[in-house]
Design a protein around this ligand. Structure first.
Ligand SMILES: *Cc1c(COP(=O)(O)O)cnc(C)c1O
Length: 430
């Protein structure tokens, strides 16, 4: 397998773009490799600039639940483009997508669209602060909520991979209102409330996907909600990743905990840049122009992006069984790989939620970021490189989640498991 064209493309990109990439995790730094440059993709497969094909378990970091170039999404985008790229004025496409999302999430009466997950979360935090008239927020160590200033503290995934959880350029004055709690540890949340009577909201990934896949315990979320209620703080579920990936009705439908505000992204745009935040009417009424909390965007609710999102979500809603089919494949994949790993004395911790799957090379259960950090990163790097050579594209950091799309067949899953056996064998035999 030659990757010469990718290597050339990377060295040119590095001269013009910091690190050669427009988002740090893409650089393969944590696995010590060089990134594959993509030429095109179709269904389950990515094709790189050297002509190599890979079964794609990254799917643009989540959005592509129907695989690459899904016919109905592609057709919707082409149709929308013919009518104009952007108007900066309202379109019916925005109301259509809003209606669809509201029909899928019990906790959402009204929604506003933005252009990224980062923007969605940043705006949701402002809304929570405006609604409660309080300044402090609580976040969990290892959860990632985009790269806005007040949330870039102990932020998992890319930030964790690169070892600079609080980035230079973020003034301490901006993060002094961000209190940290430990995932799945209610006492650590209670301590935050004991330390501050000015907490506007607690934000959590209810199914954490940015420190590897670590779903929150049901009881923990129920308690979290009651602690928030008792203290007059709002609970924000950041479902930018898990929304439409773990369940089509949100984490609330599988955890039994109802959030006050939900943030969405990734799948909601069907591959186009879309983020959103929604809540009950009383909270959303605070938002400008209905209320005083300011938030805006030149390309927010972009008609082409709305069309892609609508095509993706309506297809999901019409195929209510799709999530259990994807889950069965995810379970088969991680169970199969775990079994192969055990042959070579390698311990794995595995989990799935809907179309999300995760695995850690770890002997003990992983409940929080500290546990995730005890994963064998060298082993992960060898596994990643080995699988890539075999034609399987996994996320290039051990703190990421894997995704199954409808384009990934049972046969591909079996092939992946077989390849993993070969890779584990090579690793053990040095
Ligand atoms: C990806 C992600 C974000 C950030 O979304 P962007 O579109 O990359 O800005 C925020 N929160 C969670 C949980 C995410 O997974």
């Amino acid at each position: 397998m030659s990757t010469k064209s990718s290597l050339n493309a990377f060295s040119k990109a590095q001269k013009l773009i910091p690190g050669g990439v427009n988002s740090p995790v893409r650089a393969f730094s944590s696995v010590g490799g060089s990134p594959i440059f993509i030429k095109e993709a179709k269904g389950a497969y990515l094709t790189d600039v050297d002509g190599n094909n890979y079964v794609d378990y990254v799917q643009s970091w989540g959005p592509l639940i129907f695989g690459h170039r899904d016919e109905s999404i592609e057709a919707a985008v082409i149709e929308a483009v013919k009518h104009g790229l952007s108007f900066g004025a309202p379109t019916i496409a925005e109301t259509d997508l809003a209606e669809l999302v509201v029909s899928m999430f019990n906790s959402i009466d009204k929604i506003r669209f933005v252009s990224s997950g980062t923007e969605a979360v940043m705006s949701a935090i402002r809304l929570a602060r405006g609604f409660t008239g309080r300044d402090d927020i609580v976040k969990f160590v290892g959860c990632y909520h985009g790269h806005s200033d007040c949330l870039l503290v102990e932020a998992g995934s890319g930030a964790a991979t690169f070892g600079n959880p609080s980035s230079p350029g973020v003034p301490a004055d901006f993060t002094k209102h961000t209190l940290l709690a430990e995932y799945n540890n209610i006492e650590s949340v209670k301590k935050c409330f004991a330390d501050s009577s000015d907490i506007a909201c607690v934000i959590i990934e209810p199914i954490a996907g940015n420190m590897g896949l670590i779903p929150a315990d049901k009881e923990f979320l129920l308690e979290l909600k009651s602690v928030c209620e008792a203290n007059g703080a709002l609970l924000i579920f950041d479902e930018v990743m898990s929304g439409f990936r773990a369940s089509i009705n949100g984490a609330e439908s599988i955890t039994g905990t109802t959030p006050d505000i939900v943030t969405l992204g990734k799948v909601i745009g069907g591959g186009m840049p879309v983020g959103a935040f929604g809540a009950r009417s009383e909270i959303m009424a605070q938002l400008s122009p209905e209320g005083p909390v300011y938030q805006a965007g030149t390309l927010s609710g972009n008609p082409v992006a709305m069309a892609a999102g609508f095509a993706a979500l309506s297809k999901l809603k019409q195929n209510s069984k799709v999530m259990s089919v994807l889950n069965a494949r995810g379970v088969r994949l991680v169970e199969g790989m775990k079994k192969e790993a055990s042959v070579y004395g390698i311990d794995m911790q595995i989990d799935t939620r809907g179309s999300m799957f995760g695995f850690f090379f770890n002997s003990n259960p992983v409940k929080n970021f500290a546990d995730a950090g005890k994963t064998d990163s060298e082993l992960f790097a060898s596994f990643h490189a080995g699988m890539l050579k075999e034609g399987f594209y996994f996320a290039c950091s051990l703190y990421e989640t894997g995704f199954i799309s409808t384009a990934i067949t049972d046969e591909m899953i079996e092939d992946t498991i077989k390849a993993s056996a070969k890779v584990f064998k090579e690793i053990k035999n040095g």
